[in-house]
Design a binder for this molecule. Structure first.
Ligand SMILES: C[S@@+](CC[C@H](N)C(=O)[O-])C[C@H]1O[C@@H](n2cnc3c(N)ncnc32)[C@H](O)[C@@H]1O
Length: 203
């Protein structure tokens, strides 16, 4: 099966079987919040355009509004149609849109100030490593200011690993990102098994 088919099958099962935040594979709202807090550090999102790749229920947009951020436009994309259906049911701020879209395989011209990716690269398939690098590269092409993303890390404790998760080597990912920009920041302090990378077009 192709990567996207495996992802769709997996999330459809979680949507059917798990309550609340569990449909996205999170153990708790707290761990999602901790990750979002990192993503918001990319820069001031007021009056900016944001592309949220792998938006799930669109919780990042909800949190942005709760923080008082007045973005110019937010587009949440996901390859799982049921996720987008769920996201569309929430009462969002204006200038907010959700779409089933694969940024690696779409004809529309995409250009946004910031591209954020919270967790869309962590599900393990035989193609995860390859797809993740393609997503990072594409996100950086789309971004006018910068890209921020998180990933699960090989530095985490082995006993807390799950079979469905891919664990990335942060050094390998940073080396890959450095082929696109040297304006990089990295944080591995906020959770034991997770890291965030900030990529900027300008220093
Ligand atoms: C762990 S969930 C996180 C959802 C949301 N970003 C959040 O933090 O609340 C990952 C999401 O990424 C989506 N996803 C996985 N692979 C993707 C891809 N290649 N392109 C877009 N979305 C993807 C999944 O369907 C899922 O909704």
């Amino acid at each position: 099966m192709a990567h996207n088919e495996l992802v769709i099958e997996n999330y459809n099962t979680w949507i059917k079987e798990n309550p609340g935040i569990g449909i996205m594979g999170y153990g708790s709202e707290k761990s999602q919040d901790i990750r979002f807090n990192m993503l918001f550090k990319i820069g001031d999102m007021n009056e900016r355009t944001i592309l949220d790749v792998g938006c799930g229920r669109g919780d990042f947009a909800v949190k942005a509004v709760q923080r008082g951020i007045k973005y110019r436009k937010y587009l949440g994309t996901d390859i799982v149609p049921k996720m987008i259906e769920i996201a569309k049911k929430t009462n969002f701020a204006k200038n907010t849109e959700f779409k089933v879209l694969d940024i690696l395989n779409c004809s529309e011209k995409l250009s946004f100030d910031y591209v954020v990716m919270c967790g869309p690269m962590n599900l393990k398939t035989p193609h995860t490593e390859d797809i993740a690098k393609k997503l990072i590269k594409r996100a950086f092409e789309i971004a006018k200011i910068g890209v921020v993303f998180n990933m699960t890390s090989v530095f985490g404790d082995v006993e807390y690993r799950t079979d469905h998760t891919h664990y990335f080597d942060p050094f390998d990912i940073l080396r890959f990102c450095s082929t696109m920009t040297r304006n990089l920041a990295f944080d591995h302090t906020y959770l034991p098994h997770d890291f965030t990378v900030f990529m900027y077009k300008k220093s």
